[in-house]
Design a protein around this ligand. Structure first.
Ligand code: ADP
Length: 444
């Protein structure tokens, strides 16, 4: 399994205020940048895209959490990154080649080598012959080529780009995009990963292998998925426009659960291993499904929350959980019950547990693993710690505990296992004993 190049663990950004309050710009966020991918970060203006980019690139320190570069804190290593900015950020008093050589100079590279490398990269980005020109003599597109050359001349492992095409006219932008893709696909540049901040949905779908959408107040990842399209991509194809529409809906409707993806982030799930369990109780899931039957099996999630006098944010984990278990699907912002969900909701309590158990083992890796482990061990008991260690590799410490709590509540309800809370061990459920009697501390 490939290791991430960059891994942000629970990074946050906030700014102090003269009063006691602080402005939280980025909520605690986990994110990994893998080799071989172009990642596009989309989000409404002010959602914290640039802030997140700057933290991932090591330009700005998180207020909390840590960014790791190949497993080491990024503040302690020299990360191999290049950055392209929207406004080009060139030195007007330096020539094109002096601008491109500037980062090499900062790295202490000898003049001759600087010259050689800058000539080569200027040639690669189509600026051969412009070495002696000053930025003001160049068009916007040419200036941004200098921006690219300056970022690429250090042979960065990760190329960061913050709205690199948005100051350019449409044709110039389109031209530069395809040239960049060509460099990337032909491996003309040694860059392993590209991280692109953009507010342009089509640009993201055109270029990216993976798209992350940020929500705001404070910035947080709303959805993170792989783009299921091959290159070259056709803007007019149905798959392309569907994906653009989908992202548009996610961006414009903060109430919509970003789950009706054309394809889930399959590779991510493999790398990430465990799904993130939504923190919902089985009783809540049953309640939602029963209610959906009253609505003839389909209801707008936003309206449903209103009718229930729920905050949408409180309802979403329940919807997510029911979806994860295969009891409902989300279509255009509506929750739609599946046949499995209907069967579940219309059964008596004992049968509901049975259906829940089947769904949980089928859809939830952690519960499947716990069940198998108990069945396999000769004494039919496994310590919680065994699974915590594995979850820990993927989630923050706090989230690991929350994931485990949710898994325990689901597993107990489904009678997949009992949990001995005093010894922190999973045990085989006793058919005759109600699991509440086993080691459960009072008042939990
Ligand atoms: P985006 O790139 O998505 O437009 P930014 O990362 O530029 O968003 O900004 C995110 C939020 O952080 C904005 O609301 C901005 O006002 C706020 N912000 C950025 N820098 C500071 C700062 N130094 N002090 C207070 N707030 C800031």
């Amino acid at each position: 399994m490939a290791e991430p190049i960059i891994r942000a663990q629970q990074v946050e950004k906030y700014y102090a205020q003269p009063s006691e309050n602080r402005i939280q710009v980025i909520a605690p966020t986990d994110l990994a940048i893998m080799p071989g991918e172009i990642v596009a970060l989309l989000g409404p203006s002010g959602s914290g895209k640039s802030t997140l980019l700057r933290m991932l690139a090591g330009l700005s320190r998180p207020s909390a959490g840590e960014v790791f570069w190949h497993g080491k804190p990024i503040s302690q290593v020299r990360a191999s990154v290049g950055i392209v900015f929207q406004n080009f950020a060139l030195f007007p008093w330096l020539t094109v080649s002096e601008n491109v050589e500037a980062p090499l100079k900062a790295l202490g590279i000898a003049p001759e080598q600087r010259r050689e490398r800058s000539l080569k990269i200027l040639d690669t980005v189509g600026l051969d012959g412009f070495q002696a020109a000053y930025p003001k003599e160049l068009s916007g597109g040419m200036r941004q080529r200098v921006g690219f050359a300056r970022a690429l001349v250090v042979q960065p492992e990760v190329l960061f780009m913050d709205e690199p095409f948005s100051a350019l006219d449409v044709l110039t932008a389109e031209n530069l995009r395809s040239e960049l893709l060509e460099l990337w696909h032909k491996k003309t540049i040694p860059t392993q990963s590209i991280f692109l901040v953009t507010h342009n949905i089509e640009e993201a779908v055109l270029l990216a292998d993976r798209i992350i959408v940020l929500g705001r107040n404070p910035g947080h990842v709303r959805t993170d998925f792989l783009v299921p399209l091959t290159h070259p991509r056709n803007r007019k194809s149905q798959a392309f426009t569907q994906l653009v529409d989908y992202i548009y809906t996610v961006l414009t409707r903060p109430d919509v659960v970003p789950s009706g993806l054309p394809r889930p982030a399959v590779r991510d799930q493999r790398q990430m291993h465990y799904q993130m369990l939504p923190h919902a109780r089985p009783g809540g899931i049953a309640g939602l499904l029963e209610l959906l039957i009253d609505y003839n099996g389909r209801a707008d999630i936003y309206r449903l929350a209103g009718d229930l006098a729920f905050e949408v944010d409180d309802l979403l984990p329940i919807v997510d959980a029911a979806q994860l278990l295969g009891f409902l699907t989300v279509e255009e912002g509506d929750a739609v019950i599946t046949s499995a969900g209907r069967e579940y909701a219309e059964s008596d309590i004992q049968l509901q547990k049975e259906f829940f158990r089947q769904a949980a083992v089928e859809h939830v890796l952690l519960l499947r693993q716990i069940e198998r482990a108990i069945a396999t061990k000769s004494d039919h008991t496994v310590p919680e710690e065994f699974f915590l260690d594995m979850l820990d590799e993927q989630f923050s410490e706090e989230e690991t505990l929350r994931q485990m709590d949710t898994a325990i509540s689901w597993g107990r309800y489904a009678e997949l296992f009992n949990f001995d809370a005093a010894r922190r061990r999973f045990i085989l459920p006793q058919p005759d004993i109600e699991d509440e009697t086993v080691g459960e501390p009072e008042g939990e």
